[in-house]
Design a protein around this ligand. Structure first.
Ligand code: TRP
Length: 333
């Protein structure tokens, strides 16, 4: 059976964009793949994290996987730092990847901003650790959002160079799994910006911990424009807020955006927003409730993480041993 690996950073405020773009898709994959889902806390500290927040947010990612419907018996849920193979393999990949490759990573440029001298070395080497996450399990498929495609290309480059340099076929070339339309969820306050964990306005996003009332309130206050919904998709092109709400509806209802327009063309937002609110409350509300229940039971979440870490370590250990041997590290016997 092919193997899936994916990760979510425990940096707080998990939102509808994380759900529709990633976590929701993790659930269905369990039927066809062996799935490993990670809270990537080592990636999180590439920028400053308050330690207590990091602990809570790591549990929060695990809880989000569970609340969305990942089954911890079938799949593995764990925290990256609990399995040392990630760090060990990342070091080896630091010595495989080339500076020139990392210099081309657009996410580093965005995150480091103007003050690149002051960015952490970890932020720069981030994609090598991501390659280690995936290849420590020889995962074959990785479900991610569009924004991670370049990092997956780098994972393939690292796998390929390692195999070539050492004359082996150790690592598979991973395939991205990028899901259907409208996975790009935009801010509810500004349709030109992505929905984001770090937006100062809580009204810009619907989070995993919002209850039904706050989901409804945020959608009621969501920015729109004065026109009714059009009949054709092209007519949404210059209407970012309308396009975003139609996209969210489509994703939640498992419809195409055109199907949503077929149903609502000519409708004013005074009609469409309540329909969207009902749908969002129906689909996303129960997840918030489950999150609340899991929050009240951190012992349960911790036991899922512990079990996951043991199973993940058992899978990664032989891969790491194989790699160390190939590289020429003496194996302690
Ligand atoms: N970089 C990913 C993100 O920010 C998170 C991540 C880390 C990841 N390691 C991974 C995703 C391995 C997929 C596979 O979204």
């Amino acid at each position: 059976m092919s193997r899936i690996f994916s990760g979510v950073q425990p940096t707080g405020n998990l939102h509808l964009g994380n759900y529709l773009g990633a976590i929701r898709n993790f659930v269905g994959l369990q039927d066809n793949y062996e799935c490993i889902y990670c809270a990537v806390n080592m990636h999180a500290i590439t920028v400053w994290q308050d330690p207590e927040d990091l602990r809570n947010n790591t549990r929060e990612v695990a809880a989000a996987y569970l609340a969305a419907g990942v089954d911890p018996k079938r799949s593995i849920i764990f925290a990256q730092s609990s399995v040392s193979a990630h760090a060990e393999l990342a070091w080896i990949f630091n010595c495989v990847a080339r500076l020139g490759w990392l210099n081309r990573m657009t996410q580093f440029k965005e995150k480091a901003g103007k003050n690149r001298e002051n960015a952490s070395v970890g932020l720069y080497a981030y994609p090598n650790l991501m390659a280690a996450d995936i290849l420590a399990y020889k995962a074959t498929h990785v479900p991610v959002g569009e924004d991670q495609k370049q990092h997956l290309e780098l994972t393939r480059d690292i796998a390929q160079k390692f195999n070539k340099d050492y004359g082996t076929e150790t690592f598979p070339l991973v395939e991205p799994l990028i899901f259907g339309e409208a996975t790009r969820v935009m801010s509810l306050r500004d349709g030109s910006k992505k929905m984001s964990k770090s937006d100062p306005s809580d009204y810009s996003r619907i989070t995993f911990t919002d209850d039904r009332d706050s989901i409804a309130m945020k959608l009621r206050k969501a920015r729109t424009d004065p026109d009714p919904l059009p009949a054709k998709l092209e007519e949404l092109d210059n209407r970012p807020e309308a396009a975003n709400l139609v996209g969210i509806y489509a994703a939640l209802a498992d419809m195409t955006r055109q199907q949503v327009l077929d149903e609502f063309s000519g409708a004013a937002f005074s009609t469409f927003k309540p329909a969207l609110t009902d749908l969002a409350v129906e689909k996303f509300g129960p997840i918030g409730e489950e999150m609340k229940r899991l929050r009240a039971d951190p012992g349960h979440v911790d036991s899922v993480l512990k079990d996951g870490a043991e199973r993940a370590s058992a899978l990664a250990a032989p891969v790491l041993a194989e790699v160390k041997d190939i590289v020429g590290f003496l194996l302690a016997r």
